[in-house]
Design a protein. Structure first.
Length: 239
């Protein structure tokens, strides 16, 4: 089996005449957690949105050895690619369980039932609150629900956009623990995260993005030890 899951080469994404991402290339292999770190506005979210099909882009976009550049979002999702956006985009007036079931709309009843049991095993708190309206959940619970909904379709690659944003430190630790457990269960992950220290601790490999371009990449521990990453993103002295 080909180890390469996602392969992006020369991705360029523009808003009008402004290039938000320039000639970005990255890959994710099966079973990996790959992190993209960088300052706010570096182009990280823009790149994820292009990979899932929300934004037009030039360059090569391959997933499971297929060219997905011309595919609609729904077809990319059907191949096993999914995105948990920064804003989570839950249906606040619907119960937790109904939000989860929306993530399984492609599945039959038996497969959906199996998926929801798997999600509840991963997130027992969601099972406890399955009848509760999504809008009444805490921030951490809403992030769990957003991840759980994405997992309902049994994705091969889960893209997470700033999963720790706005969460208390203890909840952030829980979320990153869950991300590690997802890898153990066979889900590959592309993680965009401003909390560089936490992201590099859990990732296998990492890319550093500045002003729309990757300026550094490699094994996560190598990136974490690089003086440029330390000075810019890890808040540690370089001496």
């Amino acid at each position: 089996m080909n180890a390469r899951l996602l392969d992006v080469a020369g991705a360029t994404i523009s808003y009008g005449k402004v290039e938000a991402v320039r000639s970005a290339s990255l890959h994710v292999d099966r079973g990996e957690i790959v992190a993209i770190i960088g300052a706010n506005g570096a182009g990280k979210t823009t790149l994820l949105n292009a990979i899932i099909g929300l934004l037009p882009a030039s360059g090569r976009f391959g997933f499971t050895a297929q060219d997905i550049a011309a595919l609609e979002i729904e077809d990319r999702v059907a191949l096993g690619l999914t995105l948990v956006p920064e804003r989570r985009e839950l249906f606040g007036t619907m119960p937790v369980e109904d939000n989860l079931l929306l993530g399984a709309f492609r599945l039959g009843a038996n497969a959906a039932a199996h998926s929801i049991e798997r999600v509840y095993a991963l997130f027992p708190r969601l099972q406890e609150r399955r009848r509760q309206l999504a809008a009444t959940l805490s921030g951490g619970e809403q992030q769990m629900l957003a991840i759980g909904r994405a997992l309902m379709g049994a994705p091969k690659l889960l893209m997470l956009d700033e999963p720790s944003l706005g969460l208390a430190p203890l909840i952030v630790a829980d979320i990153f623990k869950i991300i590690g457990e997802l890898k153990q269960s066979g889900v590959s992950i592309l993680l965009v995260e401003q909390n560089a220290k936490a992201a590099l601790k859990i990732a296998d490999r990492a890319y550093v993005m500045e002003l729309g371009s990757f300026v550094l990449d490699g094994a996560a521990n190598s990136v974490a030890a690089d003086p440029r990453a330390i000075a810019s993103y890890l808040g540690l002295p370089t001496h």
